[in-house]
Design a protein around this ligand. Structure first.
Ligand code: ADP
Ligand code: MG
Length: 412
């Protein structure tokens, strides 16, 4: 079979995908989407995986393959700045997709208009002169909105898919609206409990456990997600990774003698993550030498070339900088030390070895077994590491390579 029969040419660019074109653009993920709907049938879920793993693309493919029993709405909360705006934008999206009545939408429209005018009135004015008009709180509007969605779905299950919810919650907390963040998650939970037919999907790279530990600092002790089991989006299966790489190599018309073996090498070098596979092929496009065919070993060594220089096109350094943004200060050094140590060995290490070696790192000379276990547990929840046969190792080898080259080998 020739390459053009086996692979479809795809350019290495970052396309915008939605429900209408997901079948064309999203490669693989059949099993993932099937188990997404199977799991959702029996209850709400949290879709978890690190940034750029392909979660949002899985959701779009899932929407394109929605089963008969479901009536889903995809809602991206990334650009939302406040809880009232969340309710307003959610209604706009439901209205656009004709999932609520025009009458209800007009009610919300009026509410938001009044809300906006009240805010303008309050801003920059001496409050003493005004009687603030009484408007319904956004929480009750959110309940009504979901009830309208449930009513509209009739015998089907309405499915509210909120992408980037943890990011919105983090934004609310950082701008001192932590009580709105708490109200939002508690109200969404109350809505699930009051409407057993509704399903919710919360998706995002920043773990909801990070948000909960931030809220703990404000005295919040709720467990608002314990009815929503985690749903993992893993890297592509090996064969899907190879297929994606083959399609991209063909689309970019790169000089190759054997597309299959180079495709296998590219997907392995990218740890089977579509985003990294794309970046590797993009880099090959910019670094091709005419008439010099790419060999598998060339492709395999691309991440090493990046990290031994200052190249980081796929922004893997994010794994490092996010520690400063989201980890409590006392954990940052411990987490870095543990990752420094683990990055030495592709096959990982036992807890004993990690503790012993971490004691040789300048910032964690006194770390003990218990502290180390706690840190490893958090790094595990955040998808940095996994445990297999009593050994902790990096989940993605491409991230391990970054870590070793930039930090591990210097012990900083
Ligand atoms: N199944 C896939 N097939 C092809 N490319 C993909 C696939 N999944 C993800 N990608 C690529 O990776 C990028 C990041 O995926 P995305 O779903 O936005 O990640 P996440 O939501 O986990 O941060 C996409 O823009 C796309 O280029
Ligand atoms: Mg996403």
């Amino acid at each position: 079979m020739s390459a053009s029969e086996k692979y479809i040419p795809v350019e290495a660019r970052f396309a915008s995908v939605d429900e209408s074109n997901a079948e064309t653009f999203v490669i693989g993920r059949d099993q993932c989407v099937k188990s997404f709907w199977d799991t959702l049938k029996s209850g709400s879920i949290r879709v978890l995986a690190e940034r750029r793993m392909g979660k949002t693309w899985v959701l779009h493919l899932a929407l394109a393959r929605k089963p008969e029993w479901s009536l889903p709405l995809f809602f991206n909360a990334e650009k939302i700045d406040s809880a009232p705006q969340f309710v307003w934008e959610l209604n706009k999206e439901l209205h656009k997709k004709k999932l609520i009545t025009g009458t209800w939408f007009n009610t919300v429209d009026k509410w938001f208009d009044q809300f906006r005018r009240t805010i303008q009135m309050i801003q920059g004015q001496n409050l003493g002169k005004f009687t603030i008009p009484k408007i319904d709180p956004w929480e009750s509007l959110l309940h009504h909105t979901c009830n309208e969605f449930v009513k509209h779905a009739r015998e089907k299950n309405p499915v509210l898919i909120i992408d980037e919810l943890p990011y919105l919650l983090d934004k609310l907390i950082k701008s001192k609206y932590q009580s709105d963040a708490i109200q939002l998650i508690d109200n969404l939970r109350d809505i699930r409990h009051a409407n057993p037919n509704i399903r919710m999907v919360f998706c995002g790279s920043l773990g909801l456990h990070v948000v909960l530990s931030q809220l703990k600092e404000y005295g919040y002790t709720g467990t608002p997600f314990n009815d929503m089991p985690p749903f993992d989006v893993p890297p592509l299966e090996k064969d899907q990774g190879r297929y994606l790489a083959g399609c991209l190599l063909l689309g970019e018309k790169l000089p190759l003698t054997d597309i299959d073996s180079v495709a296998i090498a590219v997907s392995e070098a990218g740890s089977y993550v579509p985003f990294y596979i794309q970046h590797i092929v993009k880099w090959m496009r910019s670094n091709s030498i005419p008439d010099k065919p790419w060999l598998p070993q060339d492709a395999l060594s691309i991440p090493d070339i990046w990290f031994k220089s200052n190249d980081d096109p796929a922004e893997i350094s994010y794994y490092d900088s996010r520690l400063d943004s989201y980890y409590p200060v006392d954990l940052v050094d411990k987490a870095r030390s543990a990752l420094n140590v683990i990055s030495r060995e592709k096959e990982g290490m036992t807890l004993d070895d990690i503790v012993n070696l971490a004691r040789h790192q300048p910032k964690t000379l006194n770390c003990d077994m218990e502290q180390c276990s706690r840190v490893l547990d958090i790094l595990h929840k955040d998808h940095y590491i996994t445990m297999q046969n009593d050994r902790w190792r990096f989940k993605l080898d491409i991230v391990r390579k970054w870590w070793w080259n930039k930090r591990g080998k210097y012990g900083v």
